[in-house]
Design a protein around this ligand. Structure first.
Ligand SMILES: Cc1cc2nc3c(=O)[nH]c(=O)nc-3n(C[C@H](O)[C@H](O)[C@H](O)COP(=O)(O)OP(=O)(O)OC[C@H]3O[C@@H](n4cnc5c(N)ncnc54)[C@H](O)[C@@H]3O)c2cc1C
Length: 575
C-alpha cells in the first residue's frame, strides 16, 4: 500500500503542539508566514507520496548489490534522489550564504518525517548529509567550506558519518583508526570502520566522509579523538585511499547500503581536520544531535506509514459477525494506540526542532542558551521515545493484519523490519536514556527539566479549565502522569549518576515521553476546540490520557523502587 503524507496533521502539530505558530508570530523567522510553511509542507508531501514512496518496496527487494568495490542502488533511486536534490530539499534548513534556504529546522523536521515515511532506506542518506553540513558549517575552515559546503547543501555530493569500529560502538572512545600529520597540513588516515550508512553508492559522483580518528600523541578515550573530512574523490579527480570492503545483509532498510570502510591500502587516505586536533567529539556532537532528532523522525515516519496501512486494512478486512474488523474494540484499541503514539512522538520531535531554531535565532544570548538547553533535554527523548514507538506501532501494524501481516505481500512486515534499526543506531536507546538521566536532567542543577515540567503542568490546568466534556478524565490522568514525572525527576536528581539511577534510565525516558507526548496531544486538542473543530483530536488526547499516560505511575515505580531488584539480581542471570 502507498503513503499519503498527512500534511494537515503535520502542519497542525507543528503550529499548535510544537509552537511554530507563536514562533512565527514573534518574528523568530523574520517575515516567514504560515502560508509559505503550508505550501512547503504540501510540496514535500507530494514528493514523498508520489516519487519516493513507490520505491520503498522496490528498494526492499533489490537491496544494494556490491561488486568490485561498487554499490548499485535499486532501480529508480538515482533519478528520485537527483530530482529530490534538484528541488532543493537537501538544503531546506541550510545556511542561505552557501545555497541553502534557511527555513526553520522544525519545518525541515516535518519534511524529514515525510521522506522517511515514504522510505526509511531513502531518508537516512540525506539525514547524514544534513548532519555533515551542520558540522562543516560550524567547525570547518573557510577553505573546506569553499570546496565542500555548497555541494553538500545542493545534494550534488552526499556525506557520511563514521564513528563505529568493531570494538568501538557505544564506547566511541575505544576507536583505533589513525591519523598522521602530513607536511602539507593535511593528514593521512588509516584503519577501518564498520556499519557505515551510505559509505559507498552510485547516487552521487563524490561522497564526503566525516571520519573520527586518533593522532599519535592523542590522549586516551574521547578526549583524544579528532574529526576529519575525507573525500572519496580528490579535487584533481583522483580516487582517495578509501574504499568500501563489503556491504552488510540486514533485517531491514535493505536499500540503505551499510558498508565496511577501509582506509590506507596505499599508505593513507588524505584527510582534512575539522575543528581542532583532539576536539573531534565536540564537532561530532553537533552532527550527532541533528542526526538523533532525524532518527527520531524516522520512528515517527515509519509509525505513520504503518498506521495508515493498518487503518486501510482494518476498514476492508471482513471477519466474523461485525463485518470489517475495525468494528471490534480490540482492533480499535490497536489503531488508536498507533495513531496516538505517532502523534505524541511527532509533537515531541517537532518541539525539539523549534527549540533548535530558537537556540540559533532568538534575539538575546540568554534566550538562545535556554533554548539550547531545552533542545539538549528533548533530543534523547525525541530519539528514543519516537524510535521505540516506531517499532511498537509497526508491530501493532503487523498484528492488525493478522496472518497477512506476517507474510511479505502486504508490506506491513517491511515496516516492522525497517523500524527496528532506529532504536539501535545514532546511539542505542539505552545510551539515550543514560544521556537523559546523567547529563540532561541535571543541567543547571535540574532547572531546565523543572521548567519543562512546569509547562506540562500548565497544559494539564488548561485542559481542566476548558471544562470540555469530550476530554473525559484527561485532566486527571495527564495530571497524574506529570506528577509521576515530577517525582521521578526529583528522585533522579537526588540519586545523581548512581547505579540505581542508571538502572531506571529507560523507564524514566518512557515516562518523560508519555507525559510530554500526552500533554502535546492535549495542546492540539485545545487548539482544535478553540477553532470549533475539536472532535477527533480531543478523542485522541483522551484516549492517550486514559489508556497510555496511565502507565506513568508504574513507570515511576520502576524508576524509584525498581533499581535494587536489578542491581542485586546477578544470581537470576547466572548460567
Ligand atoms: C544498519 C546500521 C547502520 C549504521 N550506520 C552507522 C553509521 O553511518 N556510522 C557509524 O559510525 N555507525 C553506524 N552504525 C553503528 C551503530 O551506531 C552502532 O551499532 C550502535 O551505536 C551500537 O554500537 P554496537 O553495535 O557496538 O553495540 P554495543 O555498544 O556493543 O551495545 C550492545 C548493547 O549494550 C548496551 N550498552 C553498551 N554500552 C552501554 C553502557 N555504557 N551502558 C548501558 N548499556 C550499554 C547498548 O545499549 C546495547 O543494547 C550503524 C549500525 C547499523 C546496524
Amino acid at each position: 500500500m502507498g503513503y499519503r503524507a498527512p500534511v494537515t496533521d503535520i502542519a497542525f502539530s507543528l503550529k499548535h503542539a510544537a509552537g511554530l505558530k507563536s514562533a512565527l508570530a514573534e518574528g523568530l523567522y523574520g517575515d516567514l508566514d504560515e502560508e509559505t510553511v503550508d505550501s512547503v509542507l504540501a510540496e514535500a508531501g507530494r514528493f514523498a507520496s508520489d516519487v519516493i514512496a513507490p520505491l520503498n518496496s522496490v528498494g526492499d527487494k533489490f537491496g544494494t548489490p556490491f561488486k568490485d568495490g561498487n554499490v548499485t542502488t535499486p532501480p529508480g533511486w538515482k533519478d528520485a534522489y537527483t530530482s529530490w536534490a534538484a528541488a532543493g530539499w537537501n538544503g531546506l534548513a541550510a545556511p542561505a550564504d552557501w545555497g541553502g534556504q534557511e527555513l526553520p529546522h522544525a519545518v525541515n523536521a516535518a519534511c524529514i518525517e515525510m521522506w522517511n515515511s515514504a522510505s526509511m532506506a531513502f531518508g537516512i542518506g540525506p539525514v547524514l548529509t544534513m548532519a555533515a553540513i551542520d558540522a562543516l558549517h560550524a567547525y570547518g575552515s573557510d577553505r573546506l567550506k569553499q570546496e565542500y559546503l555548497s555541494k553538500l547543501i545542493s545534494g550534488e555530493w552526499m556525506g557520511t558519518m563514521q564513528l563505529t569500529e568493531p570494538q568501538a560502538g557505544s564506547d566511541v572512545g575505544a576507536l583505533r583508526s589513525k591519523a598522521e600529520r602530513a607536511t602539507d597540513g593535511s593528514y593521512r588516515i588509516t584503519g577501518s570502520k564498520i556499519f557505515i550508512t551510505y559509505g559507498e553508492h552510485d547516487l552521487t559522483d563524490n561522497i564526503i566522509h566525516f571520519v573520527l580518528a586518533r593522532l599519535p600523541d592523542a590522549p586516551p578515550g574521547t578526549k583524544g579523538i579528532s574529526l576529519f573530512l575525507v573525500p572519496k574523490v580528490m579535487s584533481d579527480g583522483t580516487r582517495n585511499d578509501v574504499r568500501a570492503h563489503s556491504v552488510e545483509h540486514k533485517l531491514g532498510i535493505h536499500a540503505s547500503p551499510t558498508c565496511t570502510m577501509v582506509y590506507g591500502d596505499k599508505g593513507g587516505a588524505v584527510g582534512f581536520l575539522i575543528g581542532e586536533e583532539h576536539r573531534g567529539m565536540a564537532c561530532m556532537f553537533t552532527m550527532m544531535n541533528r542526526a538523533r532528532l532525524a532518527v527520531g523522525l524516522q520512528g515517527v515516519g515509519i509509525a505513520e506509514r504503518a498506521t495508515q496501512q493498518a487503518l486501510a486494512y482494518a476498514r476492508e478486512r471482513k471477519q466474523g459477525a461485525a463485518g470489517a474488523i475495525i468494528a471490534y474494540p480490540d482492533v480499535k484499541r490497536m489503531l488508536l494506540t498507533m495513531r496516538a503514539l505517532t502523534g505524541a512522538a511527532r509533537a515531541i520531535c517537532y518541539a525539539t526542532g523549534i527549540a533548535i531554531d530558537r537556540s540559533l535565532r532568538a534575539k538575546s544570548e540568554a534566550a538562545r542558551k535556554t533554548a539550547h538547553e531545552r533542545a539538549s533535554l528533548l533530543t534523547p527523548v525525541a530519539k528514543a521515545f519516537s524510535t521505540d514507538i516506531g517499532t511498537e506501532v509497526a508491530s501493532l501494524g503487523v498484528q492488525v493484519h493478522g496472518g497477512m501481516g506476517y507474510v511479505e505481500e502486504t508490506g506491513a512486515a517491511q515496516h516492522y523490519r525497517d523500524a527496528r534499526i532506529a532504536a539501535i543506531y545514532e546511539g542505542t536507546n539505552g545510551i539515550q536514556a543514560l544521556d537523559l538521566v546523567v547529563r540532561k536532567v541535571p543541567l543547571e542543577g535540574g532547572k531546565i527539566v523543572t521548567l519543562y515540567i512546569d509547562e506540562l503542568q500548565r497544559t494539564v490546568k488548561s485542559v481542566r479549565s476548558s471544562n470540555a466534556p469530550a476530554f473525559g478524565e484527561t485532566a486527571t490522568r495527564l495530571g497524574e502522569a506529570v506528577d509521576s514525572l515530577e517525582r521521578a525527576t526529583r528522585w533522579l536528581l537526588a540519586h545523581k549518576s548512581s547505579d540505581a539511577a542508571l538502572a531506571g534510565a529507560t523507564p524514566y525516558l518512557r515516562l518523560f515521553g508519555n507525559a510530554a507526548g500526552g500533554c502535546m496531544l492535549a495542546e492540539e486538542a485545545l487548539a482544535s476546540l478553540r477553532a470549533g473543530d475539536g472532535t477527533g483530536r480531543t478523542m485522541l488526547a483522551r484516549f492517550f490520557a486514559e489508556n497510555l499516560a496511565v502507565q506513568a505511575t508504574g513507570l515511576e515505580r520502576s524508576v524509584t523502587q525498581g533499581a535494587d531488584s536489578i542491581t542485586s539480581a546477578q544470581a537470576a542471570l547466572a548460567e
